[in-house]
Structures are given as C-alpha cells and as structure tokens.
Design a protein around this ligand. Sequence first.
Ligand SMILES: [Zn+2]
Ligand SMILES: [Zn+2]
Length: 178
Amino acid sequence: MNIEQIIVGSLETNCYILKKDKMALIIDPGDEPEKILRAVTELEIELILATHKHYDHITALRAVKKATNAQAAIHPLDWTEDFDLRLADGQILDFCGEQIAVIHTPGHTPGGCCFLWNDILFSGDTLFPNGPGATASGGNEKAIYKSIREKLLILPDATRVYPGHGPSTTIGRERSLY
Ligand SMILES: [Zn+2]
Ligand SMILES: [Zn+2]
C-alpha cells in the first residue's frame, strides 16, 4: 500500500491518500477538492474517513463525495449530516486486504479517532510532535491526555505518527511528554 500526503487549505491540513490495487482511501478531505481529486484520478474511492468533524478536515467532503460517489465515515459523537457510516472504537476496516484499526481518542473533539495501519498511526488533531492537540474550543484536556496515554502510548516506540497538520513523529519520540 502506498501513502500520499497532500497539504490542503489555509490551516495546511494533511490529507492522506492510501492507494492499493487501483483503489484509494482518503483520510481528512480538508479543503481544495480539485487537488484531492487530481491525486485519485483513475482510482476508485473505497471510503473516506474523517479523524474528526472540524471544518479544516472536512471542507472538501461534499465535493469529493459528489465527484466519486464514495461513502464517508466518522465517529457518531462527531456526526454531521454529510456522513454515511459510523465508526466504532476497535473496529477493523478492510481496505483491499489491508487492516486499518479505528481508535476512538476523545479530547480534541468528543468523536475524534485515530487510524492505525501496521506501524503507521494517522493521529488527526489528537497527537502532534511536541504535545497534544488543542482543547480550548470544545475539547477536554483531561480526556485528550487520557486518550493519548491509554490508547496511543501503548503502541510500540517505532510507530510512525502522521498528524492532521505538520510533520510526522514517532510514538517513542513523544512518549516522555506524557
Ligand atoms: Zn481539529
Ligand atoms: Zn485540524
């Protein structure tokens, strides 16, 4: 499986596109739908995943859905009417034989989720290099620390973390901050 990172929108959101066997899975269609659609030309979209409901992660959702007829999934606690499917903690998604685990990590938003594929974690706005995501507007600081400690730091040190904004890190590099 191949992972492409596209940076979209004024908040420079990382949109990740997983590709395998002429199929694609999109994580966080944050903005600039034409840029996202260019990256999936000639591919069929299996599914669109949102780490959480903040606009900078889903602004392109409607346009991408309209152009591709793909379905979109999010955790019910972050539900908006643009979604089709509800994610659950511990759920395993199958993408062309690749297993992607859903990890519900409330704190930045109530329904925030991370997605784990082998040793790669798509952490949304939950875990960044040098600290957790913001909780000032509608988040819960206690909850985000609990989510990171109990659900993310149990992963091996070598796990690579691809956050919703900015550069990647590893679980090992972030562990000492918690
Ligand atoms: Zn956010
Ligand atoms: Zn964000």
